[in-house]
Write a protein that binds this ligand. Sequence first.
Ligand SMILES: [Zn+2]
Length: 65
Amino acid sequence: MIIPVRCFSCGKPIAQHWEEYTERLKNNEKPGKIMDDLGLERYCCRQMFLGHVELFDLTAQFRKS
Ligand SMILES: [Zn+2]
């Protein structure tokens, strides 16, 4: 769905970086370089970004009527 506000493992707030991360991904930057710039050093935080699938726009199509 939406990126979790904090890293599940260490509790570091990460959600504020999501928009910049996806924007820079669209500009064909390497994920590792982006996360280095954003200060995401621990691999627990990095996996939150690498493993995240944004499903909000897909699930938003299915509303209760
Ligand atoms: Zn973490």
